[in-house]
Design a protein around this ligand. Sequence first.
Ligand code: GRF
Length: 200
Amino acid sequence: MNVVVLASGEGSNFEALVRGAKNYTVTSLISDKANCGAVRRAKALSIRSIILQDNLLGLIKQESPDLVALAGFMRILKPNIVDEFCCINIHPSLLPKYPGLDTHKRALSAGEHEHGCTVHLVDHGVDTGPKIAQSKLTVKNDDTEDSLRARVKELEHTLFPWVLNNLSLGEISIERDISPPKICYSAGLRSEANSKGFIL
Ligand code: GRF
């Protein structure tokens, strides 16, 4: 399975996807920020990076990936991209709680006892597509926005490659030709997820 990663920021998830690739290949990075951490990491990891000018659909088409992975890409994908390609995103909250920005701050203000991250299929909304897998942690009394962000990122770095490896193996499958799309899991995967503390 060939994967193109889209990222705009620090790129820690991009790097985790590259390092965690057992059954898929990250063929390239597309970024809308020429000087971001993701582009620097791509160089260090010898992954080709492409800087987005204006035609994202055209760029993705050139790469003809089996899957597009959004790892902190700070733009909303147009419906024509989402319709043509299987796009999955990692979001730093237990969706459907806290779609959008400032998730850690909002979770702390709300006094949440649990927080985490979600890998989901991208649909035409913002952080609304069907959930594929989640990983959660217990919020500590002394957690700050920064400590929570760092702890959630640790979860992200394990969850995201695990989902991609299992999509590539067919242990997770996505039926995109029905509405709403359906996420299916092999019989054995639920117990593996359970042992890792992931929620399917
Ligand atoms: C992550 O928290 C991810 O969940 C969100 O954007 C952040 C990207 O972080 N979509 P990084 O650039 O991968 O370090």
